[in-house]
Design a protein around this ligand. Structure first.
Ligand code: ZN
Length: 519
């Protein structure tokens, strides 16, 4: 603005000079023009006083008017908006007119579409005391942002040295153009045997470039392999010494690390039970391997069918009960004869619970045959068998308060029906002992569940196989409808009494009578 004022001042001075020059050539005195060029400037001013006053007033008016009607000064702080950014689309501006009148401005944003790259018009309207000014600006919606490269699996990627590198996944997302993943270029740069970089580059259609590097490190995360010396799972008898045979350990990177193996746990050979020996080893990278050896200490009397146990004793045992039509009648006979027997029972429902309670109340031994008798189910695994015992043991405890630890394997410990799971009977006969159970087979078979046609056959099968020189464990059944045994029972008891046998129930201190294991 100052420039314009100076120009105006200059024009004023020129007018003044012209007037003075005119005066030189046309001097007036008392209205008569005298041709005399030597009029002093002082005289000149005196003569033209009015004219000068008018000129000065005009000049001042001009300056004031110009100042008042000055166009407001508007400045935009920027003219670019990043496309699709969340920026406010009102471009910041300031307006001066005498002073800051930014607040007096209204903006017509027009058709700015920040979603689309392009040039747009914005109209600004400024109101001053003396009128309204319009000003148009060009606003550019631009794309200057590079796409974003996203590395799945991270920039610092660790990979087992034994594995082949496969791309863990990479994406490129551009604010304007969306998914540009298919445009990504990748390049592998080897650094060393155990390190390399993957460089990813991508460009959007406005030539905005992005680059990202994935640093891949091959690591050793493979633990050593422990091999136990001797049998992995050992069975020893109570009192027998346990010798720690140790283990070997080999690591794919470090080689033989056997000397680093730590062995924890001990075996109390004076007490039956399952003991764990834990072997732990670490390789130089701290990868740990562990292995467990289970040592089973068992208390086992080798009685089998030999002449052992209490001589001349008959242990009457009844399997597969209780039943409502046979068991109570058997209990009646035993009561009348004053004889205690052993019941190897199966699961029972509420309607039969009173029979189990009666067996307990009348002093008989309630022993476990199993919750289920289904060979396929119970001999499927050690776990399945133990669950089958524990489930019934808990039920009996709930019904009678009696904790039973005497069992008979369905089919006997010599059974071959379990051969679908090779070796299971060998494992189970040891496991039950290690878990505090005692198991009983039989050495007198009434055959009442097999070929015995009537009660006479049952009677003969029993009495003909009794032996005075050993303990006699008699196998019978009290399942539903077994009248053969029911009808033979009293005669068998009478035979025993008349021939000098005594009758006892099996207890936890009874010598075990067991078969040879065939599986
Ligand atoms: Zn049975």
């Amino acid at each position: 603005m100052l420039g314009i004022y100076l120009i105006e001042l200059g024009v004023f001075l020129i007018i003044l000079l012209i007037l003075k020059l005119r005066e030189k050539s046309k001097v007036k005195e008392n209205g008569i023009v005298i041709m005399d060029g030597n009029v002093s400037f002082k005289d000149h001013l005196k003569t033209n006083k009015k004219l000068y006053v008018i000129l000065i007033v005009l000049f001042v008016c001009l300056i004031i008017c110009q100042y008042l009607f000055e166009i407001p000064q508007m400045t935009l702080e920027k003219t670019n908006i990043e496309a699709k950014s969340n920026e406010d689309i009102v471009i910041p501006y300031t307006v001066y007119h005498f002073n800051n009148i930014t607040d007096e401005v209204t903006v017509d944003k027009g058709s700015i579409d920040t979603q689309k790259v392009g040039v747009y018009n914005v109209k600004y309207k400024v109101k001053t005391l003396f009128g309204t000014y319009n000003k148009d600006f060009k606003i550019n919606v631009v794309d200057t942002l590079a796409p974003d490269i996203i590395l799945e699996g991270g920039e610092d990627y660790k990979l087992s040295y034994l594995k082949e590198y496969t791309e863990p996944g990479v994406k490129a997302i551009d604010l304007n153009e969306g998914d540009l993943s298919s445009n990504i270029k990748s390049e592998r740069e080897d650094i060393s045997d155990t390190e390399f970089n993957i460089k990813y580059t991508v460009e959007d259609s406005f030539s905005n470039k992005a680059e990202k590097i994935r640093h891949v490190t091959l690591i050793d995360d493979i633990p050593p392999v422990i091999t136990l010396n001797g049998e992995e799972n050992t069975i020893i008898n109570v009192g027998q010494a346990y010798t720690e045979k140790g283990a070997k350990a080999n690591d794919a990177k470090d080689g033989d690390v056997s000397s680093n193996i730590e062995i924890k746990g001990n075996v109390d050979t004076s007490k039956a039970g399952e003991y764990s020996i834990k072997y732990t080893v670490k390789d130089s990278k701290g990868n740990e391997a562990t292995k467990i050896r289970v040592v089973t200490v068992v208390k086992k009397e080798a009685t089998n069918n030999k002449n052992s146990g209490k001589k001349g004793v008959i242990y009457l045992t009844f399997d597969d009960g209780p039943s409502t039509n046979i068991t109570p009648k058997i209990l009646d006979i035993l009561k009348r004869k004053g004889i205690k027997a052993t019941f190897f029972i199966l699961n029972y429902d509420n309607s039969k619970e009173y029979i189990v309670k009666r067996e307990a109340n009348e002093g008989h031994t309630i022993a476990i045959h199993g919750y289920s008798h289904d060979y396929k189910t119970i001999y499927k695994s050690e776990e399945a068998f133990m669950n089958n015992i524990v489930k019934l043991r808990e039920k009996i405890k709930k019904s009678t308060g009696y904790d039973s630890t005497i069992i008979r394997f369905p089919g006997g410990s010599s059974n071959t029906v379990s051969k679908f799971n090779p070796g299971i009977m060998t494992k189970l006969t040891n496991k039950v002992l290690a878990n505090g159970y005692r198991y009983f087979d039989w050495n007198v078979d009434s055959n009442d569940a097999g070929g015995a046609k009537n009660s006479n056959v049952v009677y003969n099968n029993v009495v003909n196989n009794l032996n005075k020189n050993r303990a006699n464990v008699v196998l019978m059944h009290d399942f539903s409808g077994n009248n053969k045994t029911l009808n033979a029972l009293e005669s068998i008891i009478n035979y025993g009494i008349n021939n000098g046998y005594t009758f006892e129930k099996i207890t936890t201190s009874t010598a075990m009578v067991t078969h040879n294991v065939n599986n």
